[in-house]
Design a protein around this ligand. Structure first.
Ligand code: UDP
Length: 232
């Protein structure tokens, strides 16, 4: 196995198979573009388990993902893809950077989901783009952007419904997509409380990375609660 890429929360390794990679989930937590950092024991294990359940659920609903199988506590076998340099965000309830940017209160349920794209670039703080910017920068074509929006909104409906059954509100989340060897765009990266805001339906308790970002309580307890609800 050769380390091909190391990000803030994961490592990607090659395998003996040309078209498969291994994703290793680390315990590192970062926020505010890497300004706040910590190592949180067992976070990687929880995110690997939660992501596995989410990718399996989406696969059952005919969504193509890079997930192949879970191979260990911290490792997932995935299809080799070239990650698009875009972060795709959906918001169902106001929170986070949207509130900060426009001065809107947190917790307002939106009449329809907001779809955003950001340029995956740490140096520039992942700036938000519109379609014209993304096309001008040759990050994606118009057709690819149309597909990303439609696919992401479909995934939003499936995830919202899935989490609601577990008494969790899907506030917002980030997805990343990649191109496989045949040129198909498929869902990649991870789906975990690092990348989704999840609130308890009854109490609005935050069970996601905001616990770390805003010192709202034990992060592991929150992630364990999410895992235990979706494991049933
Ligand atoms: N998000 C993420 N990675 C990023 C930026 C955002 O996973 O680099 C997720 C974040 O956890 C939240 C959603 O995308 O669920 C929207 O994040 P937001 O734009 O509000 O930014 P943040 O408050 O995280 O700075």
């Amino acid at each position: 196995m050769m380390l091909l890429y190391e990000g803030k929360a994961k490592q990607v390794y090659s395998t003996e198979k040309e078209n498969e990679y291994i994703v290793y989930f680390k315990d590192d937590a970062t926020a505010f573009n890497g300004e706040k950092k910590a190592e949180i024991s067992s976070k990687g294990i929880l995110n690997n388990k939660i992501s596995t359940i989410m990718f399996e659920m989406l696969h059952e609903k005919q969504i193509s993902t890079h997930f192949v199988k879970n191979i260990s506590e911290r490792e997932m076998l995935v299809k080799k893809v070239e990650i698009l340099p875009l972060e795709v965000i959906v918001r169902n309830i106001t929170a986070g950077s949207f509130c900060k940017r426009v001065g809107i209160e947190e917790g307002i349920v939106l009449d329809e989901p907001i779809f955003e794209i950001c340029y995956k670039n740490d140096e520039y703080g992942d700036p938000m783009l519109n379609d014209d910017h993304a096309v001008a920068m040759k990050l994606a074509t118009r057709d690819e952007l149309k597909f990303l929006r439609e696919e992401t909104l479909k995934i939003n409906e499936l995830m919202k419904e899935f989490f609601l059954k577990m008494n969790l509100k899907l506030v917002d989340f980030k997805l990343e997509f990649g191109k496989d060897s045949e040129g198909n765009i498929i869902l990649a990266d991870e789906i975990s409380p690092d990348t989704c805001r999840l609130w308890d339906v009854d109490t609005n308790e935050k069970l996601d990375k905001d616990r770390f970002r805003r010192d709202l309580g034990d992060l592991v307890k929150g992630y364990e609660e999410v895992l235990s609800r979706i494991s049933n």
